[in-house]
Design a protein around this ligand. Structure first.
Ligand SMILES: Cc1cc2nc3c(=O)[nH]c(=O)nc-3n(C[C@H](O)[C@H](O)[C@H](O)COP(=O)(O)OP(=O)(O)OC[C@H]3O[C@@H](n4cnc5c(N)ncnc54)[C@H](O)[C@@H]3O)c2cc1C
Ligand code: SF4
Length: 485
């Protein structure tokens, strides 16, 4: 522990962010990492608890107190080594993680938690700037070949770990660029995409082969994979010693109410990736804009919030976001600590401007000339535990663009069916995460990780599963594994 009285002396420092009106004019990141001195002071707030709940609150069990202390001592190189020992991609989590570690921090009981995420962000950015993040190719090759289907955080973490264990890894991605939802989904203003390219280069230097525009099994063609060529599941099984399915949970939840087929009613994921493509400089991107429109976003989560930020940047006339559930009440923190509290969360996109309402049900989309023009809603009463329409609460509001951001129900089933893997009750690829045979599907030598196994989740969980799955594959191939779990 660096400074024994640090938590008494210093306050939590937020990262600086560009002015709301200015940042709405572009798609670049607008959050700045802490300076060395600020990060040092933030690290000094850590109490180096006997039982560091931050570590158990973090899905990848980052060794947080150690790097807090190292940053306090300004030993940045050891700090990044410690951070990398549990997390392949801190530059992703340091930007987009909701930081369950901070909710679990002991200091959080009666003060602001240690700004763990901001310290992580500062460490990894400094490490890259200082040239400390270099390829770590395996000293020996195993002669084994592994195919990874999907290049989201789960597939990438799995591939990097396996390559470092000496296996020849090929990542197949149906889209034209690597990164999964980090690339096509999460807006550039939350995470710029050159960060992914830089990691891909590192992984290539470690021996990972990347194949874009390759669709494993029979996945449907979407916005990102028009030119994808099919790769037969049987051939993949014949050509590789193990296959990892890390295709994410891409089947969106729909809202089948009257008017669903009107022009202007879209899934969020028909909208967000187009903006990622425009920022990437792609030509002939589909013409779907929020500019000058009354935009209504149905769904109160992360994806909905990303639609808010993107619509504001397009110059929407108005932006409204509805959530089906009740507005969360602020609970006494001690009642839930160290677990993740359900409470009202206001993202940086919300701060940029949006009408938000809760307990709202959508009854119909109303159109003119085949195009959506209005939305009919009603308030819902959740007191009985089920939604009951509040009589007399029906109303109509203008809507030229409706974005459905109600989450994802499961992976695309055709991919799982192409391999014949058993599914769980929710349609995810079935595999356990503990014990012998973990991450293995019902089909010999086929493994699975990330959203494809656990259902829609978070980047940090995908990294965890990718790492743990890599160890399971390594054990399967070699009979033992020295990869960390
Ligand atoms: C709009 C949006 C915003 C989000 N924001 C956040 C956030 O701020 N913080 C956070 O922690 N989480 C966020 N999430 C969730 C997070 O992005 C996911 O949980 C995470 O990316 C899952 O990682 P994954 O590797 O399992 O799958 P994905 O990232 O979905 O990657 C799967 C990849 O597999 C490819 N693929 C699928 N099928 C095939 C096939 N048959 N052949 C070849 N390739 C295939 C897909 O094209 C895709 O590239 C967000 C999600 C969305 C949709
Ligand atoms: S719980 Fe908070 S104060 Fe305790 S070790 Fe972790 S970061 Fe430091």
């Amino acid at each position: 522990m660096g400074k024994i009285t640090g938590f008494l002396e210093y306050q939590k420092l937020s990262e600086a962010a560009e002015d709301r009106e200015l940042r709405k004019k572009h798609y670049r990141e607008f959050v700045l990492h802490l300076s060395d001195e600020e990060a040092k002071i933030q690290g000094a707030r850590c109490m180096d608890c006997g039982t560091p709940f931050c570590i158990s609150g973090c899905p990848i069990n980052n060794i947080i107190p150690d790097w807090n202390d190292l940053v306090w001592k300004q030993d940045w190189q050891r700090a990044i080594d410690t951070l990398h020992s549990t997390n392949n991609f801190p530059e992703f989590t340091g930007r987009v993680c909701p930081a369950p570690c901070e909710e679990a921090c002991v200091l959080r009981i009666n003060a602001d938690p240690v700004g763990i995420k901001s310290i992580e962000h500062a460490i990894i950015d400094k490490a890259w700037e200082s040239g400390w993040v270099i390829p770590q190719p395996a000293a020996q090759r195993s002669g084994k070949k592994v195919a990874v289907a999907g290049s989201g955080p789960a597939g990438l973490a799995c591939a990097q770990q396996l390559a470092r264990a000496g296996h020849a890894v090929t990542v197949f991605e149906k889209n034209d660029r690597m990164g999964g939802l980090l690339r096509y989904g999460i807006p550039d203003f939350k995470m710029e995409k050159w960060l992914i390219d830089r990691r891909i280069e590192q992984m290539q230097a470690e021996g990972v082969e990347f194949k874009v525009n390759h669709v494993i099994g029979a996945a449907p063609v979407g916005a990102g994979n028009r030119q994808a060529q099919p790769v037969d599941a049987k051939k993949l099984l014949a050509d590789y010693d193990a296959v990892v399915l890390a295709g994410g949970a891409e089947a969106p939840r729909d809202l089948q109410v009257p008017g669903r087929d009107l022009e202007g009613v879209h899934f969020a994921m028909d909208f967000l990736p187009l903006q990622n493509r425009r920022v990437a400089g792609d030509q002939n991107v589909e013409d779907l804009w929020a500019s000058g429109k009354h935009v209504v976003i149905i769904g109160g989560g992360d994806t909905g919030s990303d639609c808010v930020g993107t619509s504001n940047r397009h110059g929407a006339k108005s932006v409204t976001q509805f959530e089906l559930l009740d507005k969360p009440e602020d609970v006494s923190f001690n009642r839930v600590w160290p677990y993740w509290p359900i409470r009202l969360r206001t993202s940086s996109s919300h701060e940029e401007g949006a009408e938000r309402d809760w307990a709202v049900g959508t009854k119909a989309f109303i159109g003119e000339g085949g195009k959506v023009k209005r939305l009919r809603t009603a308030k819902l009463d959740w007191k009985s535990g089920k939604p009951v329409e509040v009589l007399g609460s029906e109303r109509e509001m203008p809507a030229d663009l409706v974005l459905l951001a109600m989450g994802f129900v499961s992976p695309v089933q055709s991919v799982l069916e192409a391999f014949g893997v058993e599914k769980d009750a929710r349609g995810n690829a079935k595999a356990t995460t503990d014990g012998k045979g973990c991450y293995a599907t019902s089909v010999p030598k086929v493994f699975t990780a990330g959203d494809m196994r656990r259902g829609q989740s978070l980047v940090v969980w995908a990294i965890r599963e990718g790492r743990q799955c890599a160890r399971a594959v390594d054990e399967f191939l070699m009979g033992f594994s020295e990869l960390p779990r």
